[in-house]
Ligand binder design. Structure first.
Ligand code: SAM
Length: 274
């Protein structure tokens, strides 16, 4: 497992801040849980495995809609598992939360109707290997749902992060998510033996003050590392960010607007008879 992924998800706070920022500062209101649930068209008894469930909101949402089938979540982060377990106490039928690795799913062949992997495949070092395991656990009649971001998303934010590192003489960041994007999703999924239907959504981040944008940037690498390990350096970066964001907002009528695009990919194994 990648050390950056371990640090990024060792606590749930950075992910919570990012999800809340998307909910509060998106131009169009729209909840990914609702969108995915609608697209899946569940009937009620289906068994669903979610890999990389993060805060566990999607499986809880599915249960809250009255879904009775088996729900299992696997995540590499013991913290995410413990917090999701605590957050679902009292929910029935129970949701099973397990620590596990996408590349080593410990389930019999074909024991799920659906496999869900949202905003996580780009963290997996061996994507073809993981996809073989995903297809194995749903079997030929199963279905899979993936979500990811676009390479074209948030150009202003990416430029700002790059400029901040340059201005303070810090090493450039590595792009951690380019192995699975809206643009290359078909090239990744189809050779693995999947038929793919894609749904692309367009939205934008809109900020009218720097605080929430700086808080969002603080959750992303390498800034998260500086926040945790070098607070004086982070204070310098933070000051630079505030000044630059205020300057850019000033030039744009007090508003920071940055377009973003996301994709949902619904898949069936190519040998499906359905
Ligand atoms: C960006 S979060 C996505 C959370 C959730 N799916 C959502 O849509 O809100 C990525 C999650 O994938 C998990 N993860 C990353 N790599 C993994 C792997 N190889 N195996 C299992 N879980 C992994 C992380 O611990 C984290 O909880």
């Amino acid at each position: 497992m990648d050390a950056l992924v371990k640090r990024q998800y060792g606590t749930s706070d950075p992910l919570r801040v990012r999800i809340e920022t998307h909910l509060r500062h998106s131009e169009k209101q729209g909840d990914l849980d609702e969108v995915c649930f609608e697209l899946m068209g569940l009937m009620g008894p289906e068994a669903i495995l979610e890999v990389g469930f993060g805060r566990g909101t999607f499986l809880r949402y599915i249960r809250q809609q009255g879904h009775q089938g088996r729900l299992v979540g696997v995540d590499q982060s013991p913290t995410m598992v413990a917090e999701s377990q605590a957050a679902s106490e009292g929910i029935t039928p129970e949701i099973e939360w397990r620590v596990g690795e996408a590349n080593a799913l410990d389930f019999p062949n074909g024991c799920f109707d659906w496999l869900v992997a949202r905003h996580m495949l780009y963290h997996v070092p061996d994507i073809p290997g993981a996809l073989r395991g995903f297809i194995r656990v749903v079997g030929p009649e199963g279905r899979l749902l993936f979500t990811t971001n676009s390479e074209r998303s948030l150009p202003l934010l990416h430029a700002l992060r790059k400029e901040a590192l340059e201005a303070l003489g810090l090493p450039p960041r590595q792009d951690a998510t380019s192995s699975f994007t809206v643009e290359n999703a078909r090239e990744v999924l189809e050779p693995a033996g999947l038929n793919v239907e894609e749904y692309i959504g367009e939205n934008a981040f809109v900020f009218t003050e720097p605080e929430p944008l700086v808080a969002y940037i603080a959750t992303m690498e390498p800034f998260l590392k500086y926040v945790r390990d070098s607070p004086p350096l982070w204070e310098k970066i933070e000051r630079w960010l505030y000044q630059e964001i205020e300057r850019q907002m000033g030039e744009n009528g007090g508003v920071w607007r940055d377009p973003k695009y996301g994709g949902v990919f619904l898949c069936r194994p190519k040998d499906s008879t359905l």
